[in-house]
Each structure stands twice: as C-alpha cells, then as structure tokens.
Design a protein around this ligand. Structure first.
Ligand SMILES: Cc1ncc(COP(=O)(O)O)c(C=O)c1O
Length: 402
C-alpha cells in the first residue's frame, strides 16, 4: 500500500499523506504504525552490531540515530516534500541546528534573509559566533541582492517564505538558481506553508527544514521538526548533526502523533487558507487597521509571486493598528474566542505579539532594521467557524479603536 521509494506510479498528495511509508501488512495488519518505545535494538550476533556500526548492514542500532516509527514518518515526509530522504527531529530548532552543525565549521558564513523566526535569528546573530561562524543578512525579497554577495566562506543561504512574522516572500526558484551557480546550498524553512502549499525542493532549493510542531502536527500537542533533502545531506544531519552534536532526535510517540496529524493535512490547510483569506479581507476593511500583511491580498507587494509559488495563501496574517502598540495590546486583551498564545498552525486561532514574544530576541533597532514594528500583531488562523472568528476579531477591533 505504501508507494514510496519504488517504481509504483506516484499517488496524489492526500493519498500519500495517509499511506506513504507504511504498509499495515508489514505490521500484523495494524492500521496505524506501531509506536516503537525502545531506546536500543538487539543484535542477533555481535557481528551484526559491528556491521551496522560500520554502515555495512542495514538495521536499527539506537533510537537517537533511527527508530521504525520515525522511519515511517521520514519516508512520508520525503514523499510529500519531493525529497530523496528526510530526518525527523525533536523540534524545529533541532532541525535547523542539525543542518548548521553538519554543514558549517568555524570560519564559515551563513547568508540569511532579513526576517526570520526569533530563535533562528538569535541562533544566527548571537550564538553561532561563539563557535567562530558568522551571518550576513541580505534582503532576499529582491534576488538580485544575492548576486555577487557570496564570499569564499559562504556555506549556506537560509530563508523562510513567507517570513515569520511579517509575511515577506522570497522567490525560491530565482534565489535557488543563484545559489546553484555559486555552489552554495539553499535552505528553506517551509513551516508556514507545509509541502501542501509550497515545495521548495521542486523549485530548486537543496534543503527544507520544518517545525512540525505547527501545521504538520496540527494539534498543538507535540514539538517536532524535520530536515528533507538529498540522502547525502540527510545522512550528514543524522550522523553528525543529531547523533554527535545536538542529540535532537524525535521520540517515537511524537513521530506517531505527527503521522496522525499528517493524514488530515490537506483538509486542514484548505480550511486554514479559506478562513485566513476571508479574515484578512475583513481585518483590512476595518477602520482601526493600518496595514495587513497577507499574501492573498492584492495589496500585498508580492501577491503575484504568492500566486505563482504557493498553491494557496496559508493561514498566517500579520497586521498593525492605527493606534500602534497600545491599540494592539487593547485588541489582544479584547478577544474572547481567539487564544492569546505563541505557536501557530493549530486548530485553535492564536494571537500573539512578536516584538515581545516570538521575536523578542531582536533588539528594538534590529526589529526596525529587519522590517517589523513594535505594533505588529500575528494571527494564526485556526479551523473554527469563520462567522465566529469574524465576530470575535471585528468586535475586538471595535473595542481596541474605542
Ligand atoms: C518559521 C519557524 N521555524 C522554526 C521554528 C522553531 O520550531 P520549534 O518551536 O518546533 O523548535 C518556528 C517556531 O515558532 C517557526 O515559526
């Protein structure tokens, strides 16, 4: 029934989100993959263990390096992203650091787009320097800025699209072409889109990273991450990044929960997108609102790119109120159905304040330089009834403006 890594005709995305990487008949007919709660794996003879350690024989050794439940998830993710292989990790940051630790060494440089999730920004700006690495921020919304930007020690280009929190888009195909000519791998954080909406590897990127904590898990009940890339890159992330450096392997139970979430990914994403598109229009039309950042609005400067690069516009909205930060705080205190919380991609609609929460690692002048204001509010639009969300959000905007 599974249709991965063989010559079977490629099935549709929704089918693969449910079946890829798993055949019940391999596991006593169990409809769902068993959760292999084991840290280690027995060898039938000592030679088997020796051969596995040398990489001369296939088979499991220890769950930090591989686990059968994680393997099902990794095979499914590779199939959905269109990658050769995947590695599941304990968090999105575990995936990002696994890539950094396996590709870079002291003296190397990362070129990164100007806006990134706060902890990725903190890793690149405040932490990797302690290990002799450096970062250079380049505005990748114009790919031409990357031409000629490479130094001999540039070993990675890193971007999100859309970016967290201000919804800037990067033309992945154009940036990938420039990276390829320079021989530098392009890493794309695809958390906001998921492979259902955008597949960076098919656009020419080399490595995709995910926080599976978000839409892929989809239910706010786990932390997990992923790297999807060529087998060579994934093996390096597994054997260096995870095994010997950050130890951020996924637990079998969390791998199971992500597999369960993935089964409904297309259905959930369609609903996230529909709710967000309708709400972005409602919010933009409210007199208290100054700016709405949502790639599905014609007013978004990269709306045409969004239509070309993404299947739909996603479930994330950022906006600013005319009354600035104070009005934003009144708005966030006024919501009743929407939950005040960080994270994103859950069934529940979540609202948060990037400057003091997810992006607090940016100093005020860095926020200004990297293009987002203290008044910005981030909304992760959930799966509730649109009418209820509209009533709650428009009511809160009315009260914030009063
Ligand atoms: C775009 C993006 N990448 C990476 C991460 C880190 O993921 P995790 O919290 O699973 O470590 C996040 C978390 O919010 C994120 O939004």
């Amino acid at each position: 029934m599974s249709d991965d890594n063989n010559n079977a005709p490629k099935r549709g995305f929704a089918t693969r989100a449910i079946h890829a990487g798993y055949d019940p008949l391999d596991y006593h007919g169990a409809l769902n993959p068993p959760v292999f709660l084991t840290s280690t794996f027995a060898f039938d003879r000592i030679e088997t263990g020796i051969e596995r350690f040398k990489g001369e024989a296939q088979g499991y050794i220890y769950s930090r390096v591989g686990n059968p439940t994680a393997t099902v998830l990794e095979t499914r993710l590779a199939s959905l992203e269109g990658g050769e292989a995947a590695l599941a990790t304990s968090s999105g940051m575990g995936a990002i650091t696994a890539v950094v630790w396996s590709l870079l060494k002291a003296g190397d440089e990362i070129i990164a787009d100007r806006t990134l999730y706060g902890c990725t920004f903190a890793l690149f700006t405040h932490q990797i320097q302690r290990f002799g690495m450096s970062v250079r921020f380049v505005d990748l919304t114009d790919p031409a800025n990357l031409e000629g930007a490479f130094a001999p020690n540039t070993k990675m280009v890193f971007t999100e699209s859309p970016s967290n929190p201000n919804m800037r888009l990067v033309d992945i195909a154009a940036v990938a072409k420039i990276c390829r000519a320079a021989g530098v791998p392009l890493v794309v954080d695809n958390t906001y889109c998921t492979p259902y909406l955008q597949r960076p590897l098919e656009l020419g990127a080399d490595i995709v990273v995910h926080s599976m904590t978000k839409y892929l898990g989809g239910h706010g009940d786990l932390l997990a991450g992923a790297v999807v890339a060529s087998r060579e890159h994934v093996d390096l992330c597994r054997t260096v990044g995870i095994k010997e450096m950050n130890g951020a392997c996924i637990s079998a139970f969390d791998a199971y929960l992500v597999l369960r979430g993935l089964k409904t990914l297309p259905l959930r994403m369609d609903r996230h997108c529909a709710n967000a598109t309708a709400l972005a229009r409602d919010i933009a039309a409210h007199p208290a609102v100054d700016q709405v950042y949502f790639p599905g609005l014609e007013s978004h400067p990269q709306h045409a790119l969004a239509k070309r690069q993404m299947k739909d516009f996603g479930g994330m909205i950022a906006f600013e109120l005319k009354g600035g930060l104070q009005a934003g705080i009144r708005f966030m205190d006024a919501v009743e159905l929407v939950t005040r919380a960080v994270s994103l991609g859950d069934a529940e609609t979540l609202v948060q304040h990037p400057a003091t929460m997810t992006h607090a690692s940016y100093a005020p002048e860095e926020r200004a330089r990297h293009g987002f204001t203290d008044g910005l509010i981030r909304l992760s639009v959930g799966l509730e009834d649109y009418a209820d969300l509209r009533t709650d959000l428009i009511g809160a905007l009315d009260r914030a403006a009063a």
